[in-house]
Design a protein around this ligand. Structure first.
Ligand code: ATP
Ligand code: MG
Ligand code: MG
Length: 350
């Protein structure tokens, strides 16, 4: 069978590896950190830095296609890997989603609604942006932010200096605060042949910047659902995308506003593991392997809840509950704010 190379060995890489194994593939994980969660279930693991060209070359030579579970892979490593094997999803999706300024500009140029935004390089540009966008607003680092890290909220223009200090000199963007009623995301897939399929949108609740729950079905009118599918397909087509993408949306009376895109399987798509015949992980593996996309139609209502840090203490009780599917990542060290696993609670079979 073929071998799929995965850059990144976290829980997403782990669940991708499980899905790949079910289809008869082997996976080879490339991960700088020791004892990656994906290591337990993958066929092979390379522990090396992205600067290690020899390791990258050997990794590429051992796989048929390369995919990834996180978007912050250094450009030079990608250049080297791409010279040997196809990288799916492609480089353009990575380039755009690695930088919030590039990402928001791309989305706006596609004709989609985003929060008002401005490039921030210093206090003068921040003050000019506040004059334009107003407050409340959020200052975000352009790169490397996740789980709400690298963000500072501004309630009033006087917060400018404090917020800028939080960025520690990193390039940033200012975003106007979107007055949304709720947050949803749509997990979309595109095959090598251009076929597009979307999972049902999920409704997301965050706590301290971290995803807490995803609920399907989301509270959306059928018109809003159609909008979500169309805008996701639009994004994937424009990027000639191959694989699964998560698109985060704010629901407002003025329509759906795109918050950010993730060129990979997404935490808000974990419900698909127990709500669909083919889940997001298998869908991604199918796409990058050049297979036809699978049946992602939802057959149950699901509430996905992340198990973060000490939530792990609830596992013995959860294990006794009916209609609960446990998904644990095998991480040995419990840390505050660390995603340790998730549960899918099936609320109704339809
Ligand atoms: P993720 O872990 O999803 O990658 P992130 O660190 O990239 O998160 P965002 O998704 O940009 O951060 O923001 C985290 C959360 O903060 C959003 O889900 C939303 O609840 C809130 N938020 C972000 N930007 C805005 C905005 N412009 N207006 C209102 N709320 C926002
Ligand atoms: Mg993000
Ligand atoms: Mg987000």
């Amino acid at each position: 069978g073929a071998t799929i190379g995965i850059l990144g060995g976290g829980q997403l890489g782990r669940m991708l590896s499980v899905a790949a194994a079910r289809l008869g593939f082997r996976t080879h994980i490339f991960e700088p950190g020791a004892n990656p969660p994906a290591g337990d279930v993958a066929h092979a693991v390379t522990t090396a830095r992205y600067e290690d060209e020899t390791a990258l070359q050997a990794f590429a030579a051992s796989v048929d296609v390369i995919t990834y579970e996180f978007e912050n892979i250094p450009t030079q490593a990608l250049d080297l890997l791409e010279a040997h094997r196809p990288i799916r999803p492609g480089r353009e999706a990575l380039r755009i989603s690695q930088d919030r300024l590039t990402e928001k500009t791309f989305l706006r140029d596609l004709g989609l609604q985003t929060a008002p935004f401005a490039d921030i390089t210093d206090l003068a540009s921040l003050e000019a942006a506040i004059a334009e966008i107003g407050t409340p607003a959020i200052l975000k680092t352009r790169r490397f932010g996740y789980d709400g890290k690298g963000q500072a909220r501004l309630q009033a223009p006087a917060d400018a200096e404090m917020a800028l200090a939080d960025m520690a000199g990193a390039p940033a963007i200012l975003e106007g605060f979107v007055d949304f009623s709720h947050e949803v995301s749509i997990i979309a897939a595109r095959g090598l042949d251009g076929q597009v399929a979307c999972f049902d949108p999920g409704e997301n609740v965050h706590e301290s910047g971290i995803l807490r729950t995803t609920t399907v079905p989301a509270q959306l009118t059928s018109a809003q659902k159609t909008d979500a599918v169309l805008l996701a397909a639009n994004i994937l087509n424009r990027l000639d995308y191959v694989g699964v993408m998560g698109v985060e949306l704010f629901v407002t009376p003025q329509g759906l506003i795109v918050n950010e895109i993730a060129p990979r399987v997404h935490n808000s798509g974990h419900w698909t593991q127990n709500g669909c015949t083919v889940d997001q992980f298998e869908q991604h593996i199918r796409a990058v392997a050049g297979w036809p996309l699978g049946d992602g139609q939802r057959y149950a209502d699901v509430v996905m809840e992340n198990l973060i840090g000490d939530d792990m203490d609830r596992v013995p009780d959860l294990a006794r509950e009916r209609d609960v599917a446990l998904h644990l990542y095998g991480k040995s060290e419990v840390k505050q704010g660390r995603k340790m696993g998730h549960v899918n609670r099936i609320t109704r079979a339809t």
